[in-house]
Design a protein around this ligand. Sequence first.
Ligand code: MN
Length: 252
Amino acid sequence: MRILVSNDDGYTAPGLEALVQALQGLGELTVVAPETNHSGASNSLTLNRPLTVRTAANGFVCVNGTPSDCVHVALTGLMDARPDLVVSGINNGANMGDDTLYSGTVAAAAEGYLFGIPSIAFSLAEKGWAHLEAAARAARQVVERQIAQPLAAPVLLNVNIPSRPFDALQGLQVTRLGKRHPSEPVVRTTTPYGDTVYWIGPVGLAADAAPGTDFHAVAQGSVSVTPLRLDLTQHSQLDELRQWAEPLCASQ
Ligand code: MN
């Protein structure tokens, strides 16, 4: 069993270290992670410059690029053999609902998924690393389950773990993604040099946190596991769109 481990918070993040420690003994671990924090990087690849790969003292490999760069480079240029599993995290903060579109943590796993490798993204639902060890234990259990009883391909799981002691976790709930309200407004401020600059505002509150969603499960203290897919096609609109588009670009 070969496992590729990555994240978006960077190779020095406590969540990465905890995940690697928790997975010890489950297989041969290769860690390839961004040199700096790339939270919110989504699925971006660096195409306008080459990437530098370094190995840190602890054996983690770091790439001066995005989470997707890390997994892409690992799979296509660094690893001698294809891994059986790609895991990402443990992220510093939740990746639920619409967060998944922006998340670098999910993106690192998604890159593995796009290569046809079962992939799992882990996030600790509150920032600050409280109860990180508990989250790492929960993550190990999910990985152990996938190893012992692999899901039918393709596999891209988004796991969010409530920040609480392990014994206080309320089991695991299989969920769908909820939704968030739009983000808070940008924060306008002035630099010491007199320029006006804008910070992207914090995420909005949950808009759809109904039972069955990731938001609801985590609020109840359960580990949320959502199966994701990357087919963005709005299948229900195909027929209407065909009729709408039929007269366009016709030769007559
Ligand atoms: Mn992050």
